[in-house]
Design a binder for this molecule. Structure first.
Ligand code: HGY
Ligand code: MN
Ligand code: MN
Length: 427
């Protein structure tokens, strides 16, 4: 393929992503959460693109859009499927490439396969998951967990900020909370899952490479920490006898940062080193939340990740201990609840090899092997079969931010590498 033809595919991707980016709950910024009207509109648009690419389209009970290219012929692989795709939900004030590029890349890969008249001996299915980020509900990877048969029923009672359960939201959306188990695919019917995704980090840009191949996805755990002190009058309670939940939480958050720094000693400049952890407090809720009231309660989130599960578990123990010490000294109560935990997901060596070869062929250069600090649907899909990921360079490594950007040239290369990976699967 000529570089112009490759870039033309990337420009198609860019136009599709621009169209999806217009579907947002917030004027002037991109926010698209699971089981909302925006999810429905984006799913409809993706379904339209899938149908135009000649795919058989359906939405499953969890709100995931499936687009199937049936196998050609009835050979031994005809009853199996290779799955490609990603998620169409976003964080708040998001970039337009995270997740959506993997869905668009899957659709464009199908179009390219048809243009080349490639007859795949297995089914190829593009998946557009409605929830990967876990922003609306305290559970991530809901769509892919359903396809992988990894969603447990009690999770459906988790609620969003308005107290709506996943179960109720699914029913209101037109999904079916009682039909999720039936949506699970069987490992024996699956050849694996391949996702193209922006890197969301600075490594490929610093190495001057357009694409990379992922070797593993960092393990992660999410916690909710609830600190309870005593609300009081800002003007009458002496400082020394306060049980201020916010100053206690602030000290805990700084202690978490300090622990993260200690574990980060292996930081190798560009990449988060294998011995490092990353710890992030992204949400803090102060109650009752009035300027002249000493905060009686604070709830804050903690997102903890590492390339090695043992390192993450060790850091968690340290953090729990420090929180307990601070709470005791400040005479407040602190509870640390684990709301989500996913171990390291390792990409299948055969898939890593196929993707690496495809990248080498498409770019004529090195296929840099790298760990993903960001979470992805592959962490659920690995329960179903071998997973692989193609990373695309993104400007400044910026993501979860409207400044997120990947060039049409690089996106075109990723789509062609995905095509080559799909073709190589039949080998
Ligand atoms: O949080 C993550 O790593 C992903 O973007 N959901
Ligand atoms: Mn993502
Ligand atoms: Mn994300």
């Amino acid at each position: 393929m000529t570089p112009e033809a490759v870039t033309a595919i990337g420009k198609r991707a860019e136009a599709m992503l621009d169209a999806l980016a217009l579907i947002s709950a917030d004027p002037g910024r991109l926010t698209r959460l699971y089981l909302t009207e925006e999810h429905r509109r984006a799913a409809r648009l993706v379904a339209e693109w899938m149908r135009s690419a000649g795919l058989k389209v359906r939405m499953d009970a969890a709100g995931t859009v499936h687009g199937l290219l049936p196998a050609a012929g009835d050979g031994p692989l005809a009853g199996k499927r290779l799955l490609v795709g990603s998620h169409i939900d976003t964080v708040v004030d998001a970039g337009r490439y995270d997740g959506t590029f993997g869905v668009v890349a899957g659709i464009l890969a199908v179009e390219e396969l048809r243009r080349r008249s490639v007859a795949l001996p297995f089914g190829l299915e593009v998946l557009a998951f409605g929830d990967e980020e876990g922003v609306r509900f305290p559970k991530t990877l809901i769509g892919s967990s359903v396809v992988a048969g990894a969603l447990r029923d009690p999770m459906l009672d988790l609620t969003d900020a308005e107290g709506v359960t996943i179960r109720a939201a699914l029913a209101a959306f037109g999904g079916d909370p009682d039909a999720l188990d039936a949506e699970a695919y069987r490992p024996e019917d699956t050849l694996g899952y391949v996702e193209a995704h922006i890197e969301q980090g600075p490594v490929l840009e610093r190495l001057g490479l357009p694409l990379g191949v992922v070797t593993s996805i960092a393990g992660q755990a999410r916690f909710r920490i609830i600190v309870k002190g005593e609300a009081g009058h800002a003007g009458t309670v002496p400082m020394a006898i306060r049980r201020d939940a916010l100053t206690a939480a602030a000290e805990m958050i700084l202690a978490i940062e300090a622990i993260g720094m200690i574990f980060d000693i292996g930081h190798a400049g560009e990449e988060v080193a294998r011995t490092a952890i990353v710890a992030t407090v992204g949400e803090v809720k102060v109650l009752p939340g009035a300027g002249n009231v000493i905060p009686g309660e604070v709830r804050f989130s903690l997102d903890l990740r590492a390339a090695e599960d043992a390192v993450r578990v060790g850091a968690e123990a340290e953090i729990r201990q420090r929180i307990g010490e601070i709470a005791a000294r400040r005479n407040v109560d602190a509870v640390v609840e684990t709301v989500h935990e996913k171990p390291v997901a390792t990409c299948a060596p055969a898939m890593v090899g196929r993707i690496g070869t495809a990248i080498g062929r498409v770019t004529g250069g090195e296929a840099h092997r790298m760990m993903s600090g960001a979470g992805h649907d592959g962490q659920a899909m690995c329960h179903l079969g071998p997973i692989g990921m193609i990373f695309v360079r993104c400007r400044g490594g910026i993501s979860h931010n409207p400044a997120e950007y990947a060039s049409p040239e690089d996106m075109g290369l990723a789509v062609v590498a995905l095509v080559e990976t799909i073709i190589a699967t039949s080998g």
